[in-house]
Design a protein around this ligand. Structure first.
Ligand code: NAP
Ligand code: MG
Length: 477
């Protein structure tokens, strides 16, 4: 039975209610988390505020950095334990969960190193005036996280906020809290002052809504669905606070006839089954130049048909989906593909011996004759790929941009000018050339355009997003 972390204490919810935690591999309840209330959110925000004027607010930048480095090491010291928790909670294959925890440690390391390296400015002004521009924390920052990469999202969102001296309140998704709670416990063990990092677990419409509407917060970092993101931005507007939105995606690969087909097929197959397709940046559409369509499909078949879903312990290409609702959603899209007349080109499989109650689906590739299908414009969040042919470069760019999203994209070609033209033409926050995803990418600025959201995380830019500047103008004549 896990507890929340508020003001340095492990606590139950104010009314004692809990939420069952279900293992996605077998559908069985294995522990509980507190169902946090508006009262708990209020306590967490007050604790965060108090820490800013108390112990945490007095920690100098280089010491904040050292604390984050210590937390990074503590995460690595507990790698096995955190991997087990993450795999059990989300169904991720063990190797995948292990990688997520390693990336989490890397976030604390990267931003720990950055804490004392964001410097201010002096500005030449009128005679007898000195002007300094100093960086300051935003204050109390709220972080509402999704269930697909709980550990990575915690690191990505919270590490830069703490590095810049903010006090943090996190609302993890109700389906994936366990690693986050454990990391917050480790943060206390390495000496992070009480109140600097608070975790309130609970339901989105209760704890999440209470946090996003709380008048005591100064910033909201939201990662999740478009529907809820818009809601959260409206709540931020009521309190006139800054809000960043990291939302969904429908990322396109564009494969030209001069591409290395084998390399593309390996990366594209891996990129859609990773995390069972439950990745905001999943490359879920493949636009293939007509002249190489058959060659590409052959290379894809060779890779994709091997993809197998199983339990975390089986450690295969992907696990189950996160919950029953997601299982039904992905199956609805599979049915819709058939109704729309799309052809199933390639299928992976579900391993024999998976428990009967698990949320497993077979990885699948559909082909569409034209870029006209809901499977090509809507985020499925499952291991479902759709291929579609194109003729010219201009058409490829137009089709790549033909969804409301704009998170990630990839161009596969050996022609250097074309690589850059297409990369510049695609509407996305990140574009890969002859690769995709490249594992974590902690150092690389990341975020969306269009309905994929706004604001940037990862990289040094997050330290700027999670802080503000004050301009001090002094007359000394
Ligand atoms: P979600 O349903 O929007 O939930 C995200 C978070 O918001 C959860 O903590 C949820 O809590 C909370 N929430 C729900 N209703 C709320 C409300 N009324 N007020 C405040 N908070 C509320 O998203 P999800 O299903 O967890 O995640 C999948 C989505 O996230 C996909 O669309 C994916 O593309 C996107 N995503 C984007 C990125 C990115 O970087 N762009 C990264 C990862 C995921 P509960 O879960 O407890 O309801
Ligand atoms: Mg779970």
């Amino acid at each position: 039975m896990s507890k929340m972390i508020i003001d340095g204490q492990r606590v139950d919810s104010s009314d004692g209610l809990v939420i069952d935690v279900i293992c996605p591999s077998d559908g069985q309840v294995f522990t509980t988390i507190p169902r946090g209330t508006a009262t708990d959110v209020d306590r967490a925000v007050n604790a965060a505020r108090a820490s800013l004027s108390g112990a945490w607010g007095k920690v100098p930048a280089f010491e904040r950095g050292r604390l984050l480095m210590k937390l990074s090491q503590a995460v690595l010291d507990h790698l096995d334990e955190l991997t087990d928790l993450e795999a059990r909670d989300t169904g991720k294959p063990m190797a995948f969960a292990r990688n997520d925890i390693t990336v989490l440690a890397r976030y604390f390391e990267f931003y720990g190193g950055g804490a004392d390296k964001v410097h201010g400015q002096t500005i030449p002004f009128l005679n007898d005036y000195a002007v300094q521009v100093v960086r300051e924390p935003l204050g109390v920052t709220a972080h509402i996280l999704p269930w697909n990469y709980p550990a990575q999202m915690l690191g990505r969102s919270v590490a830069p906020a703490l590095a810049m001296g903010n006090a943090v309140v996190v609302k993890p998704a109700e389906d994936a809290c366990l690693s986050i709670i454990r990391v917050a416990e480790l943060a206390l063990e390495v000496g992070l002052p009480a109140g600097a990092l608070n975790i309130v677990t609970g339901l989105g419409e209760e704890a999440g809504a209470a946090l996003s509407t709380h008048p005591g917060i100064n910033f909201i970092s939201f990662t999740g669905s478009n529907e809820v993101g818009i809601h959260v931005q409206q709540a931020a507007a009521v309190n006139a606070v800054k809000c960043t939105l990291e939302l969904g995606g429908k990322s396109a690969h564009v494969v030209f006839d001069d591409a290395n087909m084998e390399r593309a097929a390996v990366a594209i197959s891996k990129g859609i089954v990773a995390n069972t397709g439950q990745t905001c940046t999943a490359g879920s559409r493949v636009l293939v130049q007509r002249g190489c369509y058959d060659r590409f499909m052959k290379a894809l078949e060779k890779e994709f048909s091997k993809k197998t879903a199983g339990t975390p312990e089986m450690d295969l290409d992907c696990g189950p989906l996160i919950n029953e609702a997601q299982f039904k959603r992905v199956n609805r899209y599979i049915d819709l593909g058939a109704q729309e007349g799309l052809k199933v080109e390639i299928e992976g499989r579900v391993a024999e011996g998976v428990p009967p109650g698990g949320y497993f689906v077979r990885p699948m590739v559909f082909s569409a004759p034209r870029h006209e299908s809901r499977l090509l414009t809507e985020e499925i969040f499952g291991p479902i790929l759709v291929t579609v042919p194109f003729d010219t470069e201009a058409e490829a760019i137009e089709l790549a941009n033909a969804t409301s999203y704009g998170l990630m994209a990839a161009v596969w070609s050996e022609n250097g000018s074309r690589q850059t033209r297409v990369a510049r033409g695609m509407q996305a926050g990140q574009v890969y050339i002859n690769s995709f995803g490249a594992g974590g990418g902690v150092e690389l600025p990341f975020g969306g355009v269009k309905h994929s959201g706004h604001g940037r995380e990862k990289g040094f830019i997050a330290l700027e997003e999670m802080s503000t500047v004050k301009t001090i103008i002094q007359y000394y004549g």
